[in-house]
Write a protein that binds this ligand. Structure first.
Ligand code: PZK
Length: 287
Protein backbone atom coordinates (compact mmCIF):
# COMPACT_ATOMS: atom_id res chain seq x y z
CA UNK A 1 0.00 0.00 0.00
CA UNK A 2 1.10 3.56 -0.67
CA UNK A 3 2.38 5.38 2.45
CA UNK A 4 0.21 8.41 1.82
CA UNK A 5 -3.12 6.70 1.15
CA UNK A 6 -5.78 8.02 3.53
CA UNK A 7 -8.21 5.56 5.02
CA UNK A 8 -11.70 6.62 3.93
CA UNK A 9 -13.91 3.73 4.94
CA UNK A 10 -14.25 0.31 6.49
CA UNK A 11 -16.56 -2.53 5.66
CA UNK A 12 -16.87 -5.59 7.88
CA UNK A 13 -14.08 -7.33 6.02
CA UNK A 14 -12.70 -4.64 3.65
CA UNK A 15 -10.97 -1.30 3.76
CA UNK A 16 -11.13 1.65 1.44
CA UNK A 17 -8.29 4.17 0.91
CA UNK A 18 -8.00 7.32 -1.17
CA UNK A 19 -4.97 7.30 -3.50
CA UNK A 20 -5.76 10.79 -4.84
CA UNK A 21 -8.84 12.85 -5.80
CA UNK A 22 -9.71 10.50 -8.63
CA UNK A 23 -8.66 7.09 -7.40
CA UNK A 24 -9.48 4.75 -4.51
CA UNK A 25 -7.96 1.50 -3.37
CA UNK A 26 -10.22 -1.27 -2.13
CA UNK A 27 -8.45 -3.89 0.01
CA UNK A 28 -10.10 -7.22 0.76
CA UNK A 29 -8.90 -8.72 4.05
CA UNK A 30 -8.94 -12.40 5.02
CA UNK A 31 -11.56 -11.70 7.66
CA UNK A 32 -14.79 -13.68 7.50
CA UNK A 33 -18.19 -12.90 8.91
CA UNK A 34 -20.98 -15.29 9.67
CA UNK A 35 -24.44 -14.55 11.06
CA UNK A 36 -23.35 -10.89 10.64
CA UNK A 37 -20.44 -11.18 13.08
CA UNK A 38 -16.76 -10.94 12.06
CA UNK A 39 -14.89 -13.91 13.53
CA UNK A 40 -11.52 -13.62 15.29
CA UNK A 41 -9.94 -16.22 12.98
CA UNK A 42 -8.97 -15.34 9.38
CA UNK A 43 -9.27 -17.54 6.28
CA UNK A 44 -5.91 -17.33 4.45
CA UNK A 45 -6.27 -16.20 0.81
CA UNK A 46 -9.94 -15.24 1.18
CA UNK A 47 -9.22 -11.61 0.28
CA UNK A 48 -7.28 -12.62 -2.81
CA UNK A 49 -10.02 -15.04 -3.91
CA UNK A 50 -12.66 -12.30 -3.68
CA UNK A 51 -10.51 -9.68 -5.40
CA UNK A 52 -9.64 -12.11 -8.19
CA UNK A 53 -13.26 -13.08 -8.73
CA UNK A 54 -14.34 -9.45 -8.85
CA UNK A 55 -11.64 -8.68 -11.40
CA UNK A 56 -12.69 -11.68 -13.48
CA UNK A 57 -16.30 -10.50 -13.60
CA UNK A 58 -15.37 -6.87 -14.28
CA UNK A 59 -13.39 -8.01 -17.31
CA UNK A 60 -16.24 -10.18 -18.58
CA UNK A 61 -19.10 -7.73 -18.09
CA UNK A 62 -17.57 -4.69 -19.79
CA UNK A 63 -19.95 -4.91 -22.72
CA UNK A 64 -22.93 -4.74 -20.39
CA UNK A 65 -21.66 -1.90 -18.23
CA UNK A 66 -18.55 0.24 -17.65
CA UNK A 67 -16.86 -0.45 -14.30
CA UNK A 68 -14.60 1.26 -11.79
CA UNK A 69 -11.64 -1.11 -12.07
CA UNK A 70 -8.34 0.55 -12.95
CA UNK A 71 -6.06 -2.32 -11.99
CA UNK A 72 -5.23 -5.15 -9.64
CA UNK A 73 -2.20 -4.77 -7.43
CA UNK A 74 0.55 -7.39 -7.21
CA UNK A 75 -0.66 -8.53 -3.78
CA UNK A 76 -3.84 -9.86 -5.41
CA UNK A 77 -6.06 -8.42 -2.69
CA UNK A 78 -6.02 -4.71 -3.61
CA UNK A 79 -7.96 -3.05 -6.39
CA UNK A 80 -7.34 0.44 -7.71
CA UNK A 81 -10.56 2.03 -8.86
CA UNK A 82 -12.11 5.22 -10.14
CA UNK A 83 -13.70 7.41 -7.52
CA UNK A 84 -17.41 7.76 -8.28
CA UNK A 85 -20.50 9.33 -6.89
CA UNK A 86 -22.21 6.23 -5.49
CA UNK A 87 -25.95 5.70 -5.91
CA UNK A 88 -27.83 5.32 -2.59
CA UNK A 89 -29.46 2.06 -3.70
CA UNK A 90 -28.18 -1.50 -3.41
CA UNK A 91 -29.07 -3.36 -6.58
CA UNK A 92 -30.05 -6.88 -5.58
CA UNK A 93 -31.02 -9.50 -8.15
CA UNK A 94 -32.62 -12.74 -7.02
CA UNK A 95 -32.95 -15.85 -9.14
CA UNK A 96 -33.92 -18.02 -6.15
CA UNK A 97 -35.93 -17.46 -3.00
CA UNK A 98 -33.56 -17.18 -0.03
CA UNK A 99 -32.65 -14.87 2.82
CA UNK A 100 -34.77 -11.74 3.18
CA UNK A 101 -36.56 -12.53 -0.11
CA UNK A 102 -37.86 -15.78 1.39
CA UNK A 103 -38.74 -14.07 4.69
CA UNK A 104 -40.70 -11.33 2.89
CA UNK A 105 -42.44 -13.95 0.74
CA UNK A 106 -43.54 -15.96 3.80
CA UNK A 107 -45.09 -12.94 5.50
CA UNK A 108 -46.54 -11.11 2.47
CA UNK A 109 -46.35 -13.30 -0.66
CA UNK A 110 -44.14 -10.65 -2.18
CA UNK A 111 -40.67 -9.16 -1.90
CA UNK A 112 -39.73 -5.50 -2.49
CA UNK A 113 -43.37 -4.88 -3.36
CA UNK A 114 -43.34 -7.51 -6.09
CA UNK A 115 -46.02 -10.20 -6.04
CA UNK A 116 -44.67 -13.73 -6.52
CA UNK A 117 -46.58 -16.88 -7.49
CA UNK A 118 -48.16 -18.72 -4.53
CA UNK A 119 -46.81 -22.03 -3.23
CA UNK A 120 -43.10 -21.43 -3.74
CA UNK A 121 -40.73 -23.44 -1.53
CA UNK A 122 -37.75 -22.02 0.33
CA UNK A 123 -34.79 -21.80 -2.10
CA UNK A 124 -37.11 -22.25 -5.11
CA UNK A 125 -35.93 -21.01 -8.46
CA UNK A 126 -38.04 -17.99 -9.41
CA UNK A 127 -39.98 -18.01 -12.70
CA UNK A 128 -37.56 -15.26 -13.76
CA UNK A 129 -34.88 -13.28 -11.93
CA UNK A 130 -36.22 -10.24 -10.11
CA UNK A 131 -34.67 -6.92 -9.18
CA UNK A 132 -35.22 -6.17 -5.48
CA UNK A 133 -33.51 -2.90 -4.56
CA UNK A 134 -32.55 -2.20 -0.98
CA UNK A 135 -31.10 0.63 0.97
CA UNK A 136 -28.82 0.90 3.98
CA UNK A 137 -31.03 1.24 7.04
CA UNK A 138 -29.81 3.16 10.11
CA UNK A 139 -29.15 -0.21 11.79
CA UNK A 140 -26.49 -0.89 9.15
CA UNK A 141 -28.62 -3.69 7.73
CA UNK A 142 -30.08 -3.51 4.26
CA UNK A 143 -33.78 -2.89 4.01
CA UNK A 144 -35.75 -4.01 0.95
CA UNK A 145 -37.57 -1.13 -0.71
CA UNK A 146 -40.12 -1.10 -3.50
CA UNK A 147 -39.47 0.20 -7.01
CA UNK A 148 -41.29 3.45 -6.36
CA UNK A 149 -39.13 4.32 -3.34
CA UNK A 150 -35.93 3.34 -5.21
CA UNK A 151 -36.98 5.46 -8.19
CA UNK A 152 -37.49 8.40 -5.83
CA UNK A 153 -33.94 7.95 -4.53
CA UNK A 154 -32.18 7.87 -7.92
CA UNK A 155 -34.73 9.18 -10.44
CA UNK A 156 -37.08 7.18 -12.65
CA UNK A 157 -34.80 7.00 -15.70
CA UNK A 158 -31.76 5.99 -13.67
CA UNK A 159 -33.87 3.40 -11.85
CA UNK A 160 -34.90 1.82 -15.15
CA UNK A 161 -31.25 1.81 -16.25
CA UNK A 162 -29.89 0.14 -13.08
CA UNK A 163 -32.66 -2.44 -13.09
CA UNK A 164 -32.01 -3.44 -16.71
CA UNK A 165 -28.22 -3.42 -16.15
CA UNK A 166 -28.35 -5.46 -12.94
CA UNK A 167 -30.63 -8.06 -14.57
CA UNK A 168 -28.32 -8.31 -17.59
CA UNK A 169 -25.27 -8.75 -15.33
CA UNK A 170 -27.00 -11.46 -13.31
CA UNK A 171 -28.16 -13.20 -16.49
CA UNK A 172 -24.63 -13.40 -17.88
CA UNK A 173 -23.03 -14.47 -14.60
CA UNK A 174 -25.66 -17.01 -13.55
CA UNK A 175 -25.51 -18.72 -16.95
CA UNK A 176 -21.70 -18.87 -16.76
CA UNK A 177 -21.80 -20.21 -13.19
CA UNK A 178 -24.49 -22.80 -14.00
CA UNK A 179 -22.22 -24.33 -16.65
CA UNK A 180 -19.63 -24.76 -13.91
CA UNK A 181 -21.90 -26.30 -11.28
CA UNK A 182 -22.51 -23.17 -9.21
CA UNK A 183 -25.91 -21.60 -8.59
CA UNK A 184 -25.83 -17.85 -8.00
CA UNK A 185 -28.99 -17.62 -5.92
CA UNK A 186 -28.80 -13.86 -5.58
CA UNK A 187 -26.29 -11.05 -5.75
CA UNK A 188 -25.90 -7.40 -4.88
CA UNK A 189 -24.43 -4.80 -7.25
CA UNK A 190 -23.44 -1.26 -6.39
CA UNK A 191 -23.25 1.43 -9.02
CA UNK A 192 -21.85 4.93 -9.16
CA UNK A 193 -21.79 7.78 -11.64
CA UNK A 194 -18.71 9.21 -13.32
CA UNK A 195 -18.15 12.93 -14.00
CA UNK A 196 -20.21 12.68 -17.18
CA UNK A 197 -23.14 11.07 -15.37
CA UNK A 198 -22.51 7.64 -16.88
CA UNK A 199 -23.51 4.56 -14.91
CA UNK A 200 -20.46 2.62 -13.65
CA UNK A 201 -20.41 -0.75 -11.88
CA UNK A 202 -18.41 -0.48 -8.65
CA UNK A 203 -17.50 -2.21 -5.40
CA UNK A 204 -16.95 -5.99 -5.47
CA UNK A 205 -18.98 -7.98 -7.97
CA UNK A 206 -20.31 -11.53 -7.92
CA UNK A 207 -18.14 -12.67 -5.03
CA UNK A 208 -19.23 -15.06 -2.28
CA UNK A 209 -19.51 -12.04 0.08
CA UNK A 210 -21.88 -10.14 -2.22
CA UNK A 211 -23.80 -13.21 -3.44
CA UNK A 212 -25.21 -16.55 -2.37
CA UNK A 213 -23.30 -19.31 -4.17
CA UNK A 214 -24.76 -22.80 -3.89
CA UNK A 215 -23.24 -26.07 -5.15
CA UNK A 216 -25.63 -27.10 -7.97
CA UNK A 217 -25.24 -30.83 -7.31
CA UNK A 218 -26.65 -30.41 -3.78
CA UNK A 219 -29.58 -28.19 -4.75
CA UNK A 220 -32.80 -29.32 -3.05
CA UNK A 221 -35.61 -26.77 -2.67
CA UNK A 222 -37.81 -26.80 0.44
CA UNK A 223 -35.00 -25.99 2.88
CA UNK A 224 -32.05 -23.62 3.26
CA UNK A 225 -29.18 -24.56 0.90
CA UNK A 226 -25.59 -25.20 1.97
CA UNK A 227 -23.36 -22.24 1.19
CA UNK A 228 -20.59 -23.00 -1.30
CA UNK A 229 -18.01 -21.17 0.80
CA UNK A 230 -19.19 -20.69 4.40
CA UNK A 231 -21.01 -23.91 5.23
CA UNK A 232 -18.21 -25.43 7.35
CA UNK A 233 -18.06 -22.23 9.37
CA UNK A 234 -21.83 -22.13 9.85
CA UNK A 235 -22.02 -25.81 10.78
CA UNK A 236 -19.20 -25.40 13.28
CA UNK A 237 -20.84 -22.31 14.85
CA UNK A 238 -24.24 -24.03 15.04
CA UNK A 239 -22.73 -27.13 16.66
CA UNK A 240 -21.03 -24.94 19.28
CA UNK A 241 -24.37 -23.47 20.29
CA UNK A 242 -22.93 -19.94 19.99
CA UNK A 243 -25.71 -17.34 20.45
CA UNK A 244 -24.57 -15.35 17.36
CA UNK A 245 -23.75 -12.21 19.30
CA UNK A 246 -20.16 -10.84 19.34
CA UNK A 247 -17.56 -11.96 19.98
CA UNK A 248 -17.67 -14.88 17.56
CA UNK A 249 -15.78 -18.12 18.22
CA UNK A 250 -12.24 -18.92 17.08
CA UNK A 251 -12.25 -21.48 14.28
CA UNK A 252 -10.24 -24.71 14.54
CA UNK A 253 -7.63 -25.49 11.85
CA UNK A 254 -9.82 -28.09 10.09
CA UNK A 255 -12.61 -25.55 9.63
CA UNK A 256 -10.14 -22.89 8.42
CA UNK A 257 -8.49 -25.31 5.95
CA UNK A 258 -11.79 -26.66 4.64
CA UNK A 259 -13.17 -23.15 4.18
CA UNK A 260 -10.01 -21.93 2.46
CA UNK A 261 -10.28 -24.84 0.04
CA UNK A 262 -13.93 -24.02 -0.68
CA UNK A 263 -13.11 -20.40 -1.50
CA UNK A 264 -10.32 -21.48 -3.81
CA UNK A 265 -12.60 -24.06 -5.41
CA UNK A 266 -15.25 -21.39 -6.06
CA UNK A 267 -12.55 -19.24 -7.68
CA UNK A 268 -11.26 -22.07 -9.87
CA UNK A 269 -14.69 -23.34 -10.92
CA UNK A 270 -15.96 -19.90 -11.86
CA UNK A 271 -12.84 -18.53 -13.52
CA UNK A 272 -11.37 -21.76 -14.93
CA UNK A 273 -8.02 -20.41 -13.69
CA UNK A 274 -5.83 -22.16 -11.12
CA UNK A 275 -5.70 -20.07 -7.97
CA UNK A 276 -1.88 -20.42 -7.88
CA UNK A 277 -1.68 -18.75 -11.29
CA UNK A 278 -3.70 -15.84 -9.97
CA UNK A 279 -1.49 -15.59 -6.88
CA UNK A 280 1.61 -15.41 -9.11
CA UNK A 281 0.12 -12.83 -11.49
CA UNK A 282 -3.27 -11.32 -10.57
CA UNK A 283 -3.82 -9.81 -14.01
CA UNK A 284 -4.47 -13.29 -15.49
CA UNK A 285 -8.12 -12.87 -14.53
CA UNK A 286 -8.43 -9.83 -16.78
CA UNK A 287 -7.33 -11.56 -20.00
C1 PZK B 1 -17.36 3.36 -2.25
N1 PZK B 1 -17.96 1.92 -0.71
C2 PZK B 1 -18.26 0.69 0.00
C3 PZK B 1 -17.16 0.94 2.22
C4 PZK B 1 -15.12 -0.71 1.59
C5 PZK B 1 -16.13 -0.44 0.66
N2 PZK B 1 -15.54 3.51 -6.88
C6 PZK B 1 -16.02 4.10 -5.74
N3 PZK B 1 -16.09 5.43 -5.67
C7 PZK B 1 -16.54 6.03 -4.58
N4 PZK B 1 -16.93 5.37 -3.51
C8 PZK B 1 -16.90 4.03 -3.47
C9 PZK B 1 -16.43 3.33 -4.61
C10 PZK B 1 -16.37 1.91 -4.68
N5 PZK B 1 -16.32 0.78 -4.71
C11 PZK B 1 -17.54 2.04 -1.96
N6 PZK B 1 -18.08 3.10 -0.16
C12 PZK B 1 -17.71 4.02 -1.10
C13 PZK B 1 -17.17 0.38 0.98
C14 PZK B 1 -16.17 0.66 3.12
C15 PZK B 1 -15.14 -0.20 2.81
F1 PZK B 1 -14.11 -1.49 1.27
Amino acid sequence: MSETAAHVGSGKVRELYALDEKRLMLVASDRISTFDVVLPTEIPEKGRVLTGLSGFWFARTREICANHLLGLREDGRSTECRRLEMLPVECVVRGYLAGSGWKDYLTSGSTSGRALPPGLLESARLPEPIFTPSTKAITGHDENIDAERAATLVGADRYAEVEATALALYGLASAHAAERGVIIADTKFEFGLDNEGRLVLADEVLTPDSSRFWPADEYAPGQPQPSFDKQFVRDYCEALGWDKTPPGPELPDEVVDGTRRRYQEAFERLTGIEFERYAADPEVVLE
